[in-house]
Design a protein around this ligand. Structure first.
Ligand code: HEM
Length: 115
């Protein structure tokens, strides 16, 4: 879920207007918050988007907004993305303790052997 939010943050930061999510007791703008996936996840939980009936991810407002044919997000997310969200909801919306490691190789090391 962290990586999904991160991958959509560029478009998402232009599309959420002045909508807000609650983080740390304050209403914070979604378009700014989406650049901080951990805070964004926390905001989705605090603002009730992850609440479910009978533990069914489809009953959450998060899945409803993603699949609302009149909304814009139904045109942005593919089935694999939706499954990432369902799995996150089904697992109880875990928040990573810290930023997961980046995927790319950040450095290579040349070993110089001294005889
Ligand atoms: C994983 C990333 C994202 C999450 C979790 C997310 C979540 C949400 C939530 C919870 C709402 C409020 C829905 C409501 O109360 O009706 C919303 C609204 C909206 N989002 Fe996102 N969003 C994400 C990325 C994006 C992206 C990439 C776009 C680009 C088009 C976008 C466009 C919108 C729009 C236009 C709305 C207003 C209502 C609508 O058209 O459905 N979002 N989003």
């Amino acid at each position: 879920m962290y990586n999904l939010i991160k991958s959509k943050s560029r478009t998402g930061s232009r599309k959420h207007g002045s909508r807000t999510l609650e983080v740390g007791g304050k209403a914070r703008r979604m378009d700014v918050l989406i650049n901080d996936p951990i805070a964004f996840m926390q905001g989705l939980i605090n603002s009730g988007y992850t609440s479910m009936e009978d533990g069914d991810p489809e009953s959450s407002d998060l899945m409803r907004s993603m699949q609302n044919p009149n909304g814009q997000m139904s045109k942005v997310f593919i089935e694999e993305d939706l499954q990432v969200m369902r799995d996150w909801l089904g697992a109880g919306c875990p928040i990573p303790a810290e930023e997961p490691p980046r995927m790319e190789v950040v450095s290579t090391h040349r070993f110089i052997h001294k005889m």
